[in-house]
Structures are given as C-alpha cells and as structure tokens.
Design a protein around this ligand. Structure first.
Ligand code: SF4
Length: 65
C-alpha cells in the first residue's frame, strides 16, 4: 500500500540514504528506527545525517555542547 502523502513527504525528507525502501513513508521510517533504538534522519542536521548514525546517544551527544 502506497502512502497517500508519499510525494509530499519526499519533498521535506532530508535522508540521503537513497536505497532505503522506507524513504518518504514516515510511518514505516519512524517505526523502523524506533525498533532499532534510533531516530529518523529528520531529527539530525545535514552534517549529522550524513554520518548515518541514527542512534539516540549520538543525537543527545550532539546537543549537549
Ligand atoms: S531515516 Fe532511515 S528509514 Fe527513514 S528514509 Fe532514511 S534510512 Fe530510510
């Protein structure tokens, strides 16, 4: 089933991991990363996102400074 907001989501998605099948499908993206103890790309800055480190600990470490 295709998300009815897919094209709209893709316009604001900052994720650069192109092979991902969840790109633009925010529900699947969020649940996937949540299961992994992570956050989706959109929580991260451009520089942070490029590391592909989606861990919560990395997110927190970047905001402690
Ligand atoms: S943040 Fe993760 S699940 Fe979401 S589009 Fe990027 S790689 Fe895929």
């Amino acid at each position: 089933m295709e998300c009815e907001h897919l094209q709209q989501n893709l316009k604001i998605c900052n994720c650069t991991y192109d092979p991902c099948p969840r790109k633009g499908n925010c529900c699947l993206c969020l649940h996937y990363h949540r299961r992994m103890g992570e956050l989706p790309a959109c929580y991260f800055t451009e520089t942070e996102e490029a590391t592909y480190n989606r861990s919560i600990s990395y997110f927190v470490s970047r905001r402690k400074r």
